[in-house]
Design a protein around this ligand. Sequence first.
Ligand code: PGA
Length: 249
Amino acid sequence: MRRKLAAGNWKMNGTAASLAEVTALIAAHPAPRSEMLICPPATLIAAMAQAAAGSALQVGGQDCHANTSGAHTGDIAAVQLKDAGASHVILGHSERRADHNETDAEVRAKTLAAVAAGLTAVVCIGETEAERDAGATLKVIGDQLMGSLPDTAYGKEVVIAYEPVWAIGTGRTPTLEQIAEVHDFLRDELAIRFGTAAAEDFRLLYGGSVKPSNATEIFAIANVDGALVGGASLKAADFGAILSALDAS
Ligand code: PGA
């Protein structure tokens, strides 16, 4: 069975004072059924990992470099995230693909680096609104999935997050049928590439305007194994409510 995963992406939000939200989250959810993960900005990873020590909360990065060290000013290697206390790293988020022109090949190289460092990679894919309107969603998603995953990808080490770009931070979400269509498609594509049994091991997260009020209906969809949550992960009460909905699904 796939263990469900509630993952929070704080993006470029939070300072040391924000760790109070994590303390509150841990206190309210000492033993969730689902895996619980927060990916703060890199500046907070070590302090958050320390605050989370001995609890069910796991801490992740939001990006890593494909190399293990070297002359890459401003970048962070996967081994450094691991060293700071991270267990996961988000890769290929649409904001990085847009702001930093990250390609599928780069995301694939980063995924290899993350797994080699002992991190679980949360690989993000998703179509733009124009691509959906053009009827190209499954083609775009399929290409991103194939291009971003290395041949050695394995469900215990790699999680996939489907995040329609137009649903991120907008309050808009796809219909439940649209989410189900993409997640079923992803499972089928994984089966074609990695085999049916291996495909069952990959967790497929939905992301894009997940909030306490829509979490339960999204988590009821067959191939949705959790969520990648942006805005609603910044407050312990909201993220805790989403986690509870996942635990109950
Ligand atoms: P959102 O962001 O929940 O604020 O829409 C999701 C994400 O970008 O991971």
